[in-house]
Structures are given as structure tokens and as C-alpha cells.
Design a protein around this ligand. Sequence first.
Ligand SMILES: *[C@@H]1O[C@H](CO)[C@@H](O)[C@H](O)[C@H]1NC(C)=O
Ligand SMILES: *[C@@H]1O[C@H](CO)[C@@H](O)[C@H](O)[C@H]1NC(C)=O
Ligand SMILES: *[C@@H]1O[C@H](CO)[C@@H](O)[C@H](O)[C@H]1NC(C)=O
Ligand SMILES: *[C@@H]1O[C@H](CO)[C@@H](O)[C@H](O)[C@H]1NC(C)=O
Ligand SMILES: *[C@@H]1O[C@H](CO)[C@@H](O)[C@H](O)[C@H]1NC(C)=O
Ligand SMILES: *[C@@H]1O[C@H](CO)[C@@H](O)[C@H](O)[C@H]1NC(C)=O
Ligand SMILES: *[C@@H]1O[C@H](CO)[C@@H](O)[C@H](O)[C@H]1NC(C)=O
Ligand SMILES: *[C@@H]1O[C@H](CO)[C@@H](O)[C@H](O)[C@H]1NC(C)=O
Ligand SMILES: *[C@@H]1O[C@H](CO)[C@@H](O)[C@H](O)[C@H]1NC(C)=O
Ligand SMILES: *[C@@H]1O[C@H](CO)[C@@H](O)[C@H](O)[C@H]1NC(C)=O
Ligand SMILES: *[C@@H]1O[C@H](CO)[C@@H](O)[C@H](O)[C@H]1NC(C)=O
Length: 365
Amino acid sequence: MARMRRTEYFKVILSCLVVFWFICFQGLHAADTLTVGQTMRDWEFLESPNKLFRLQFCGLGVSYGRYLGIQYMNDRLVPAKFVWVANSRIPLADTSGTLNITVDGNLVLTDSNGTFITISVGQPAPSSNISATLLDSGNLVLRSGERQPQYRLLTSFASQRLATPGTFIFGVDPNNTKQLVIWQRGVLYWRSGIWNGYNFNYFPYSKFDFSYFSNESDSYFTYTINDNNLSSWIEMGSSGNIRIVEMTSDGLLSFTDTHCGVTDKLEYGTAAGCAVIETSNCKSGDVFDQTRGEMNSWNFLNNFSLGIADCKEICRRNCSCNAYGSASSNGSGCKFSDGQKLNFSEEAFYIRNGSVVATGKPYSH
Ligand SMILES: *[C@@H]1O[C@H](CO)[C@@H](O)[C@H](O)[C@H]1NC(C)=O
Ligand SMILES: *[C@@H]1O[C@H](CO)[C@@H](O)[C@H](O)[C@H]1NC(C)=O
Ligand SMILES: *[C@@H]1O[C@H](CO)[C@@H](O)[C@H](O)[C@H]1NC(C)=O
Ligand SMILES: *[C@@H]1O[C@H](CO)[C@@H](O)[C@H](O)[C@H]1NC(C)=O
Ligand SMILES: *[C@@H]1O[C@H](CO)[C@@H](O)[C@H](O)[C@H]1NC(C)=O
Ligand SMILES: *[C@@H]1O[C@H](CO)[C@@H](O)[C@H](O)[C@H]1NC(C)=O
Ligand SMILES: *[C@@H]1O[C@H](CO)[C@@H](O)[C@H](O)[C@H]1NC(C)=O
Ligand SMILES: *[C@@H]1O[C@H](CO)[C@@H](O)[C@H](O)[C@H]1NC(C)=O
Ligand SMILES: *[C@@H]1O[C@H](CO)[C@@H](O)[C@H](O)[C@H]1NC(C)=O
Ligand SMILES: *[C@@H]1O[C@H](CO)[C@@H](O)[C@H](O)[C@H]1NC(C)=O
Ligand SMILES: *[C@@H]1O[C@H](CO)[C@@H](O)[C@H](O)[C@H]1NC(C)=O
């Protein structure tokens, strides 16, 4: 009964949010470490020592292939939450996938076609003592003797329906200014403000205490949650939003989004820390509204690496572009129009609204 009600809650609250229905089989437990010579097959998994995370194969929806990913294990979290997907660009066609570590230190996915996907490149020096261990922090660590500096970034999914790498990257400022940064295709999009010893000015979530660590080879932030009654984590959505998710002990979820772009009626600069955008100088302005209907003509750009935020940028900079939308039902590719809006369809797309002036609250240093 409680479970039913929880499902209903998800339906209402998550109706348009980024949650993938990963379908995983009940697999065979294979400890926390994979060593050279061992193989992890589709129905097996690695589990962190305190069972907080699993590395396993899952499907995404019905017909999108198999993905290898790290899943946050929490009974209250339905559907499963993936913190990392290894082969997001190249889903495997079937359940014949295996994971190996080669003697030269590469973690390799192989499928029935014999296709090799190198997930992580380890040390070049050959060694028979290489292992991959899943930690309770959710990180998969490849151990092969000497460590090298690591640069970890979060890349958004291309759309709510595609786990392929998308438009936005979230990471630590490489200039060592002790702040978190989002880039849109290499262009600065959002900054958290500089770490003040426990938090960031433009990341005002008081339940996280951030710590900064830095030595010769590593620099990173960690955070702890200072409310024992909650589980909480950070996600990046496909439209560049940072989302704080809170989950109570009853499994109820709530969200707080930090968002810079104009999607779903949000204007530029709604969130503090948003970078100044270069205005298009188009007479009809830079603001687009979501609408339904149809345009009398569309030009398609069938580059399926592009997400909806890329489509907006392309249209915004082209003053004859009145409207944009996704080229495909999986949310990738673009279509643009310089035409008129017609009525006869219920399809969602975005249309330029000349009566609204973009008002940025630019980040100033
Ligand atoms: C993975 O291991 C299996 C079984 O040991 C082996 O047949 C396969 O060739 C290995 N794949 C790679 C890429 O080393
Ligand atoms: C792998 O095999 C599947 C069907 O068995 C096929 O559809 C797919 O194109 C193959 N992939 C490659 C890269 O050969
Ligand atoms: C392999 O590595 C483990 C831990 O990384 C270490 O305890 C062990 O002694 C190593 N074995 C060899 C043969 O180097
Ligand atoms: C880091 O420095 C480069 C070069 O000065 C600059 O272009 C970039 O915007 C800086 N990054 C941030 C996040 O400020
Ligand atoms: C830096 O710190 C990490 C722990 O986060 C440690 O494993 C690594 O050895 C340190 N590097 C150096 C050069 O001291
Ligand atoms: C956590 O839950 C306990 C028991 O339900 C309650 O007494 C306490 O006030 C809660 N703490 C916070 C910070 O909400
Ligand atoms: C497709 O878009 C991506 C992302 O902007 C770009 O890197 C790539 O070059 C484009 N491909 C083609 C064929 O234009
Ligand atoms: C998304 O849809 C387009 C057009 O239907 C298709 O070409 C592309 O392969 C799809 N992408 C994925 C990952 O399914
Ligand atoms: C601008 O958009 C219009 C309408 O989609 C298109 O016909 C035109 O080719 C675009 N111009 C450029 C330079 O991309
Ligand atoms: C579009 O639909 C509205 C409401 O149904 C109607 O009033 C309007 O005349 C229609 N416009 C066109 C161009 O068909
Ligand atoms: C444009 O924005 C204004 C102000 O928010 C709104 O009143 C108007 O309905 C919008 N026009 C369209 C076509 O969405």
C-alpha cells in the first residue's frame, strides 16, 4: 500500500523530470573488486563494501540497449538512480556484454560482436596486479601501482530520454579559484562563487557542508549532509540545471533547481552565478516561450549529438529563426523555423517572444 502511494507521488512530482527507468536484473554478487583475468558478465555486479553502490548492467527503457553503470543502492529510490554510466555513447545491443581488465590496465567492455569499448585507460606500464574496486563513495578506482592526477567532471545527458553525453559539463574551476563551474560547450555558463569555508554564495543549500582538499596531485570538494533525517544529492539535468534532491526517510523526494537558461518559462539570469550571455541583438529579443502547435515549415539539423539547449543557442543567434525544437522524439537533433505558427498539432517547441526583454543578473566579481 505504502509502495503504491509512493509510486503515485513519483508520477505527480516527477512527471517531467530527468529520471530514467533503468531496468536491471537481479544479478550475482561479485565482491567489490575485479582483477585481471576476471570477467563480469551482464548478470553479475560489483558491490561496494557497505552495499551503498553497485556496478552493473542495465537497460534504459525498452529498446535503448544495455548500459554499464554505477547505481546508488537505496530501497526507497524507485526507479534506480545511476550516478555514472560507462558506455553512454555506445549502448550494447544485447545482454552478451562482459567487463574485463586487460593486463595493460584498461577496463574493457566487450559485446557479442566483439566490439571493444575502452572505458578507462590506466597506467601504460604492464602489470599483472591491476584491479578495479567499487568504493562506498560511489567511485570506481582502477589501481595499478602509481597514481596519476585525476580530473573528474559531470557531463549532462543529451536529453531526458538519452544517456548520451550532452551539452553541459559541471566541475571544479581549473583556475584553482575554489569554486564549482558549469560550461555549455566550453563557454562559461554558471559559477558557484568562491568557497567561503563551508559553502558557496550562489549555491545556497545550507544542509551541505563543503570541504576543499588540495595537494600536488589532487584538488576536489567533498560534502557532508548536516541533517541526519535526509538523504540528499546533487544532479545535473540535461538543460544545465543543478538540482538538489532531498529524500526523507519515507522516500519522499523534493527538488531545488538552480537554472540559468530559458527553458520552461525561466528567464536568463534567474539564478545567481549565471554568466553574462552575449545578447543576439535580434529585434525580436532573446527569450523563447514553450508552446504547442506547429510551424508552417521546419529546417532539420540531424546532428544527434545536439540537445535542446544547443538548438536554443543556434536559433537565438540567428535573427531570422523564430522557433526551435527537437528533431527527434528522443530529444536529440534540432529543427528551426523562420515561418508562422499554425494550430493543428499538439507538439511542444519553443517560440521567440519579442515582448519580453532578457534581464540578466550577471555574475560580477
Ligand atoms: C575477457 O575475459 C574473457 C574470459 O576470460 C575472455 O574470453 C575475453 O577475451 C576477455 N576480453 C578481453 C577484452 O580481454
Ligand atoms: C552488433 O550486432 C547487432 C545485432 O547483432 C547489430 O545490429 C549491430 O549493428 C552490430 N554492431 C556493430 C558495431 O557491428
Ligand atoms: C597487488 O596489490 C595489492 C594491493 O594493491 C598488494 O597488497 C599486493 O601485495 C600486490 N601483489 C603483488 C604481487 O604485487
Ligand atoms: C579561468 O581562466 C581562463 C583564462 O584566464 C578564463 O578564460 C576562464 O573564464 C577562467 N575560468 C573561470 C571559471 O573563471
Ligand atoms: C594527494 O592526496 C591524495 C588523497 O586524496 C593521496 O592519495 C595522494 O597520494 C596525495 N598526493 C601527493 C602527491 O601527496
Ligand atoms: C529528525 O527526526 C527526529 C525524529 O523524527 C526529530 O525529532 C528531529 O527533530 C528531526 N531533525 C530535524 C533536523 O528535522
Ligand atoms: C554535431 O554537434 C557536435 C556538438 O556541437 C559537434 O561537436 C559536431 O562536430 C557536430 N557534427 C557535425 C557532423 O556537424
Ligand atoms: C535518436 O533519434 C534519432 C532519429 O530518430 C536517431 O537517428 C538516433 O539514433 C536516436 N538516438 C539514440 C541514441 O537512440
Ligand atoms: C537562420 O535560420 C533560418 C531559418 O531557420 C535559416 O533558413 C537560415 O539558413 C539560418 N541562417 C544561418 C546563417 O544559419
Ligand atoms: C487556432 O485555434 C484557436 C482556438 O482553438 C482559434 O481561435 C484560432 O482561430 C485558430 N487559428 C488558426 C490560424 O487556425
Ligand atoms: C510573451 O510574453 C508576455 C509576457 O510574459 C506574455 O504576456 C505573452 O503572452 C507572451 N507571448 C507569447 C506568444 O507567448
